[in-house]
Design a protein around this ligand. Sequence first.
Ligand SMILES: *[C@@H]1O[C@H](CO)[C@@H](O)[C@H](O)[C@H]1NC(C)=O
Length: 300
Amino acid sequence: MVAALSCFVNAYPEPGLVTGNVNPVADPTLCKDDAGTYWLFSTAPGIEIRTSTDRTAWTLIGVVWPDGASWTDVYTGTTNGNLWAPDCTYLDGQFYVSTGMAHPYPAIFFAKSTTGEPGSWTNEGLVTSTVTGDTYNAIDPNLIIVGDVWWLSLGSFWDGIMGEPTGKPTGTTVTHLAENSANGDEMEASVIWQNGSFFYLFTSWGLCCEGTSSTYMIRVGRSTEYNGDYVDANGVSLLDGGGTIVLEAHDDVIGPGGQDLMTDVDGTVIVYHYYTSAGTLLGINLVDFSTGWPVSILFD
Ligand SMILES: *[C@@H]1O[C@H](CO)[C@@H](O)[C@H](O)[C@H]1NC(C)=O
C-alpha cells in the first residue's frame, strides 16, 4: 500500500552531498580533466574556479582572471563586473570556457587554458554580441560539438534560446530554438545534450537570483537534430511554450536552474544551483535517459 501510494508522490531527489566552499555558487559548469580532477566554473567577477577530486569536496582555488578582464568592462558597464553563467568544455587537454554579460551590452567571450589554473587563461576575445533593438540577448553560452560542427546555444531571457555556429561565428544568422512567451520570455541557461538518437535542449525557466523568491526550474525538449525542432514529452514545440519539467522546487530546494551536464564514470551528471534560506547552493545529481526523457536521480 505504501509502495503503491509512493508512485503518486512527486519525488525529486535531494541534491547530492557537496562540501567545502559551495555557498554561494551560481550558474555552475563542470569539466573533468585527463587526470580525473573536476573543475567547476561559476558566475563571479573573473569567473570562480573550484576543483574536486571526488565531485563531493570542493575547493575554491581562485578565478580565471585574477587581474580583472578589462576587455569586458564596456559590456558589464563597470570595472571587473560579474561574468555570467560560464560554460566549460574540456577537449584534447584544453579547457574552453565561454561566459556572457548583459549590462549595458550583451556579449559572449571565450578563453582557453591547458591547466585550468587561475591566471593561466588566454583571452580569445568576443564570440558574439547583441545590441539594443535585437530581439534576444547574447548571454548564457553552451557549446555542443557534433562531428565537425561547433555550435553554441545562447540566450536570452528575451525571446528564448538561439543557436549559432561558433568558436568564432561564421555568420550572423541565429536559429530560434525555444521561447516561453506566455511567461514573459523568462527562459535562459540552455544546454544541448546528446544521448542516443536524440539531442536534448535543457533550459531554465523563471527567475534566478532572487534568493528564496527565485522561480527557476529546469525543463527539456528533444529533437533528432541539434538545431531543432525541439518538442516536449507531450509533443508541444519548445517554440510554442513546450518544456517538460526535469527539476523544480521541492522540499527545501527553491529555484533549481543554471544547469550544465557532463559525462562521468557513473553516468550523466547535472550540476545546477538552488536556493535555501542558507544561500545559493551547488546541486549535483545524475540524469537517467533510459526512458527517452531525462530524469534526475541521486547518486550513491
Ligand atoms: C545515455 O543515457 C543512458 C541512460 O541514462 C546512459 O546509460 C548512457 O550512458 C547515455 N549515453 C551517453 C552517450 O551519454
